[in-house]
Design a protein around this ligand. Structure first.
Ligand code: COA
Length: 258
């Protein structure tokens, strides 16, 4: 079965739903409509008994450039009902295994969504970054909690305060990815692992994931709501306005006044 918002492709076969970011000409940056389609796909997959595993993938050249900056300027997510926050809650509470295949840039939410996936395979061209501060913003997706938990505080500070990108091997070292593979094989390897998971008893997968995450989900949702409130407010403030305008005008931002 296949359904699609054309920028988000959703295809289900033998128990595996594959969700593909399909907006390569804009580097798979995510609009509100795409977040809504992603939330719909995850919500449907969580209750559809024929779906056992979900795979998230991009293109061999790019996973996702994060939020679509012009869409963000036009329709900023000011309330926690906004599609981006709906998607983040759906991925944080998704009860079945989630597998990601990441090649090329994974910026902002392109990286932070991975902290909610169970298995992550990265092409050796993968480049992860969380440049929220550089955009006058704060972390989202529970990343202010999950990044220091996984990487340790100082590496998290480098990634989140300096916004330093890190490559696939560094992501492997900190435990964000399971394996680094040739980019052209990445999606196929994620699919193969998803099929292995899909052959296992679903009830045991769901219960094991629930236990692995026990005690964490409530804290993540609480942090996500706090981050979301700050993020929505900061979007309208001068630092983010300057960063976004500079991106659109293809110039360096000037933060001397903010
Ligand atoms: N929002 C809106 N448009 C975006 C975008 C985004 N997040 N990321 C890329 N695009 C657009 C570019 O403006 C460009 O448009 P143009 O062809 O009209 O000039 C097009 O997609 C191609 O991007 P380009 O920057 O030329 O590709 P690249 O291969 O040189 O670099 C990235 C790829 C992802 C490293 C770079 O595009 C980037 O840093 N994007 C912004 C990431 C970001 O800050 N995201 C927000 C996180 S909250």
């Amino acid at each position: 079965m296949s359904t699609a918002h054309s920028d988000i492709l959703v295809h289900t076969e033998t128990g595996v739903t594959t969700v593909t970011f399909n907006r390569v000409e804009r580097k798979n940056s995510l609009t509100a409509a795409m977040y809504a389609a992603l939330a719909d796909a995850l919500e449907a997959a969580s209750t559809d008994s024929s779906v056992r595993v979900v795979v998230l993938q991009g293109d061999v050249t790019v996973f996702s450039a994060g939020n679509d900056i012009s869409d963000f300027l036009q329709q900023p997510p000011v309330t926690l009902d906004a599609p981006v926050f709906r998607f983040l809650r759906a991925i944080a509470t998704f009860p079945k295994p989630l597998v990601a295949a990441v090649c090329g840039p994974a910026v902002g939410v392109g990286t932070t969504l991975l902290f909610h996936c169970d298995l992550v395979y990265a092409g050796d061209n993968a480049a992860f970054s969380m440049p929220f501060v550089n955009l006058g913003l704060c972390p989202e997706a529970g990343s202010s909690l999950l990044v220091p938990q996984m990487m340790g505080y100082h590496r998290a500070a480098e990634a989140l305060l300096l916004g330093e990108p890190f490559m696939a091997e560094a992501a492997l070292e900190v435990g964000l990815v399971n394996r680094v593979v040739p980019p052209t094989e990445c999606n196929a390897i994620a699919q193969a692992q998803a099929r292995r998971l899909a052959a296992k008893p679903l009830s045991a997968l769901i219960e094991t994931k629930r236990l692995l995450k026990k005690g964490q989900t409530a804290a993540v949702l609480e942090r996500m709501a706090e981050e979301g409130t700050s993020f929505g407010r900061m979007l309208a403030e001068p630092a983010a306005r300057e960063a976004f305008t500079a991106f659109m005008e293809k110039r360096r931002p000037d933060f001397s006044a903010v």
